[in-house]
Design a protein around this ligand. Structure first.
Ligand code: GLU
Length: 455
């Protein structure tokens, strides 16, 4: 096929995706973003179109939607909706997190599951792609309410998962507390201590050291590798990190270990600008231990810290020259205007710690300005990679040290960066990490799908 015939073919598959999945705009966005890179691959590999890999990869192998009834502390009955989308098992058991957030719809889970297929492939580890979640909001709920919800959620989910079938983990709204309740209920229902059925467990009962830190650390290592291609580093750099969940927190810690200064962080209510550099221990205590708002940080630290509710975190780049931006909050949190603000500020690199945090226009703005841009499916793969290391430890009934696990994570991120970079070079787009990640991830999955026949 010529490149223009390939582009036409890809567009016709995309039209089918739109018709078949009406209203699922985030899913459409995720598919479009991958498809934009694929014409040269389809061109080179006629077997991909002959065996309808593109059409098959957009259709989840299985989608499970279920009712989750639970009773609150005042004896009131609530109904939420639960999801698990088992997207692709060409490379291994379905693997991906659970998101508990009021905004979660089937389309959200499908966008996340679709991204997960390629991200997991890029880790080089044997994991397929899946995702799940619920429109349940853990914010403002008591521990007991969260426990009852998790138990009800798992009462249905347990029949669809297993260490060789589908291995969930955390995502937004699902951390160590929720994983504990989910695992406990799975164990009770199956009467088996199947450690490898879920990742992100506590260190004392089958969890991996460095898993909590892994997504944030990995994103910073990826950014460091990108910077190194231009003989730059984090040392002495000013950085903005959006979010203050587990990804953002440990990205902040790693930037500081590498000599950078993080001058801003945020949560869903507002942002803090701390020109002296975020105090990691204080922020971690407020967000992780106390589950409080980031406004608390400004109140307690005082000094030159400013708390802002209006305008986005990225507007700090109008006042302070920013070298690196790490969007670690949620999808579409960084738009074209934010991207222009960062470019005008002189930003050198952007690495996505969250899934699809930059809008398509923002991505194009960065790329046009020659900013190093690491898309989420490459830059935030450290989390799921360390989940796969947790599965390895569970399978061998072993528990590794923090240092060893972090070294494995670092090696994986460096290898991932290299393979994405090489693919971009090979396809004539040096430095285009979006192209490199999409093409490399897609090819790994497509080759396995073809080898396994039309299923
Ligand atoms: N939710 C994380 C992600 O987006 C981690 C998934 C996992 O560890 O399975 O990759």
């Amino acid at each position: 096929m010529s490149t223009s015939t390939s582009a036409k073919f890809i567009n016709s598959v995309y039209q089918t995706v739109l018709t078949r999945n009406p209203g699922e705009t985030e899913f459409h966005q995720a598919v479009h973003e991958v498809f934009e890179s694929l014409a040269p691959v389809i061109d080179r590999h006629p077997e991909y179109s002959e065996s309808a890999v593109l059409q098959r990869i957009c259709e989840p192998e299985r989608q499970i939607i279920f009712r989750v009834p639970w009773i609150d502390d005042h004896n009131r009955v609530h109904i939420n909706r639960g999801f698990r989308v088992q997207f692709n098992s060409a490379l291994g058991p379905y693997k991906g997190g659970l998101r508990f957030h009021p905004s979660v719809l089937l389309g959200t889970v499908k966008f996340l599951g679709f991204e997960q297929i390629f991200k997991n492939a890029l880790t080089g580890l044997p994991i397929g792609g899946g995702k799940g979640g619920s429109d349940f909001d853990p914010k403002g709920k008591s521990d007991r309410e969260v426990m009852r919800f998790c138990q009800s959620f798992m009462t249905e989910l347990h029949r669809h998962i297993g260490q060789y079938v589908d291995v969930p983990a955390g995502d937004i709204g699902v951390g160590g507390r929720e994983i504990g309740y989910l695992f406990g209920q799975y164990k009770r229902l199956t009467n088996a201590y199947e450690s490898g059925v879920i990742t992100g467990k506590g260190i004392g009962w089958g969890g991996s050291r460095a898993r909590t830190e892994a997504t944030g650390y990995g994103a910073v290592i990826f950014a460091q590798e990108m910077l190194a291609t231009r003989d730059q580093s984090f040392d002495g750099r000013k950085v903005l990190v959006s979010g203050s969940g587990n990804v953002a927190l440990y990205a902040i810690q790693k930037v500081q270990q590498l000599g950078g200064t993080v001058v801003g962080a945020s949560d869903s209510q507002g942002a803090v600008y701390d020109p002296d550099g975020i105090d990691f221990d204080l922020l971690r205590q407020i967000k992780e231990d106390e589950r409080a708002r980031i406004s608390e940080y400004a109140e307690r630290k005082g000094g030159r810290v400013q708390y802002r509710t209006s305008g986005s975190l990225w507007s700090i780049a109008k006042e302070e020259q920013i070298d690196v931006a790490l969007p670690c909050a949620t999808q579409n949190e960084l738009n074209a205007e934010d991207a222009r603000t960062l470019v005008n500020s002189g930003v050198q690199a952007v690495a996505e710690g969250a899934n699809m945090p930059s809008t398509p226009d923002a991505v194009h703005t960065f790329q046009k300005a020659n900013v190093l841009f690491g898309p989420g499916k490459a830059a935030n793969a450290g989390g799921v990679a360390t989940s796969a290391l947790e599965m390895q430890q569970n399978a061998s009934r072993d528990s590794w040290t923090f240092e060893y696990t972090e070294q494995r994570l670092t090696d994986i991120m460096k290898r991932l960066h290299r393979s994405v970079q090489q693919t971009a070079d090979e396809y004539g787009h040096p430095g285009d990490y979006v192209m490199g990640a999409n093409i490399h991830g897609f090819s790994l999955v497509a080759d396995a799908m073809i080898a396994q026949g039309v299923i």
